[in-house]
Design a protein around this ligand. Structure first.
Ligand code: SAH
Length: 216
């Protein structure tokens, strides 16, 4: 694969950023990250020309790279700060991982599809993006590396994954789409203290399902 990012790609990204502003994304750091990450390099070759369209696309193994608006919305809601420890569930193409890294997060990312785990683990470092990659079941999280400041789930959970809530630091935030296999409610879980947990809902989205176990 050729790693090439030129002024045309940059121009398309600037347009995408304007589009996201128009749809209500206001966090400048998030917009800057989306304006920086070369999304076309995360796409399968047959879809490259649509890289900066605000749509989801197939990435293999029956999975998708999330729509840029969805990535921006989830990331904005997460309120990531530099040097925070972030757990991402659903590595997929690694695009969302790269956006989190651009924000200065220390990213632990977990994927249940071996093929995608291997591909993204070797690809992201080629772009200079360094994350910790895990092949496993995101429903279990990463107890050995917990607690996390932020947890971002990028697949549709049927209910709030309680193991993940346990792996959140007091003061931490977790963003997870919760619902059925068609539509989910973007859910924010704020752990004020271990006993005081606030749950708020932030609109409707559509993700591929979060499934238990690993696939080799
Ligand atoms: N963040 C990704 C989105 C990929 S789609 C991107 O930017 O490209 C969601 C991903 O979650 C898929 O790759 C799917 O295999 C993965 N997934 C689903 N259930 C999971 C689970 N229990 N643990 C880890 N990953 C899971």
């Amino acid at each position: 694969m050729e790693i090439r990012d030129d002024f045309r790609h940059k121009g398309l990204r600037n347009k995408l950023v304007q589009h996201l502003r128009g749809k209500g994304i206001t966090d400048e750091a998030v917009l800057k990250a989306i304006g920086t990450v070369p999304r076309h390099l995360f796409m399968e070759s047959s879809f490259i020309r649509f890289s900066y369209a605000d749509k989801a696309f197939p990435i293999g193994a029956g999975q998708t790279i999330s729509q840029p608006y969805t990535v921006a919305f989830q990331t904005q809601l997460l309120e990531v700060e530099r040097f925070q420890k972030v757990l991402e569930v659903g590595t997929g193409s690694g695009y969302q991982t790269a956006v989190l890294l651009e924000l200065g997060a220390i990213v632990y990312t977990i994927e249940r599809q071996r093929e995608l785990f291997l591909k993204t683990q070797s690809f992201l470092p080629l772009l200079g993006y360094k994350a910790y990659f895990f092949f496993g079941d995101g429903y279990e999280g990463l107890p050995a590396y917990a607690p996390f400041d932020r947890i971002l789930v990028t697949a549709a959970a049927d209910k709030i994954p309680q193991n993940l809530v346990l792996q959140l630091k007091p003061g931490g935030r977790m963003v997870v789409p919760v619902g059925n296999d068609k539509l989910q409610t973007m859910t924010l879980i704020e752990k004020i203290t271990d006993e005081d947990i606030r749950i708020t809902e932030h609109g409707t989205f559509s993700f591929v399902p979060m499934l238990p176990g690993r696939v080799s």
